[in-house]
Design a protein around this ligand. Sequence first.
Ligand code: CA
Length: 369
Amino acid sequence: MDRRSFLTKVTSASALAAAAVAVSYPGKSTHAQVKFRWRLAHSFGPTAPVYAEALKNMADNFRVMTKGRLDIKIFAGGELVPAFGVFDAVKQGALEMFFSASYYWAGKVPATQFTCSVPFGMTPQQVSAWFYGGDGLKLWQEFYAKHGLMVFQAGNTGVQMGGWFRKEIKSIDDFKGLKMRIPGLGGKVVAAVGGVVVLLPGPEIFPALERGVIDATEWVGPLYDWHLGLHQAATYYYSPGYHEPSTANELTFNLKKWKSLPKELQEMLVHGAYFLNVTGLAEFDAKNLEYLEKIKAYKGGKIQFRTFPNDVLKELYKAAEKINEEVADSDPDARKVYDAYKKFRDGVRTWHNINEVAYQNALKTVGAI
Ligand code: CA
């Protein structure tokens, strides 16, 4: 196609698009001039790897795409409201939107434990399939609407690591009396097998582990763990993160403010959630492998990589299945969401067993991994 005919085609396409807009929004020419200056608060640090940059990029993209009509200012945890105050701030309408991980709201909304990460639950790919291909997002939006919120899944840390341990785990008895920093459902599992669960915010984890105040901690994976310095405080690095196989992030809006947005800006925000969902997981995977190499090379290979022994995993699984059911029984929404979660999980597992798992096994068989 020569330049002239290309330009003609582009011009025709633009004219069609303009005509379509004019038809879709009759008499609303002034609406396009309204500017929306929104504030997004998140639960992470101002320089948090992956999240801080992805959110900034999303907001920059909106400004470009809307020529400044949608202008979102980002605030890190503690800048405008406390890191874990974002849910209430947006629910009450003090802020328009937040980005976080829904298991932080377990005490307020028990069902959120099944929209974030479930011990021995689905993987990131499976969870996205449930939210965006199955009924997961619809159910999430239903119970968030009761709190005046609108939500989209927006990012994932990937399968996390099992954690850092000062001593080796050889049997389930090694969990008895083990002081471990591990929040959420994973913490309930560790407590059920005899561990002493300690809850500490990010900055306090390293000194506690280094001084032996705690014997073990989980955090995220190589990238985040390196930034916390955990490799300097414990020798044994365990996988897999059975307790957090898929920690899904959320992009959440005050429902009234959401409804006040023109449809085209709502659509843009939905695509912002898609953007975060893709770039979040991609960045975690790409950076985790880079930091895995750093951890492997630390002090000439001081860090000992381990996987939990099979017998230990079986005990943890037994405890997790019981706890997941107990949490589901504690609240009608939690039960409804967990039943849907299980139904989708079992189906997608059957499918992934014959494609994903079979492929991974094939790679092992041929010696590629
Ligand atoms: Ca974690």
